[in-house]
Design a protein around this ligand. Sequence first.
Ligand code: FEO
Length: 171
Amino acid sequence: MLTEKMEAALNAQIVMEAYASNLYLSMGAWCEQKGLEGCAKFMYRQSEEERSHMLKIFNYINETDGHALVPGIKEPLHKWESVRTMFESVYEHEKNVTKSINDLVRISYAENDHATLNFLQYYVEEQREEEALMRSILDKITLIGDGPQSLYFIDMEVEKINNLIPEEENE
Ligand code: FEO
């Protein structure tokens, strides 16, 4: 059974994951419009993954006798200055999610809620992986450059990453 504080904090995390899902969906559309097919595919998959993160918390709250709340979602941006600024904002968002997951872990300790502490380990690992992935993409963009002539090569590199990520990572 969740304490009120734990339940409210998990519901707040649902808002964050749902926003990330919409933000990445919007980024996917922008990439597609720019002809960056590899980046679009990457962002659409990230969007699905964020939805799965949201649903996992949603189901967990309900399974532990809480009440998962479906959030209203703030409208995301629809355009970015460049592919670099888009990935920079993904990285910033992921760092904020990591902070928020760490806060959840802290609350679960304070509430002596070992089930939730255990449940959150998936998110701790997931955030480590996502931050590393976004950093590696930004490093590639730094190497390649992000002028108009470089976009094709950036897109190819992101497509290579798409091919390395197994489909089941969306689940
Ligand atoms: Fe579910 Fe990437 O935070």
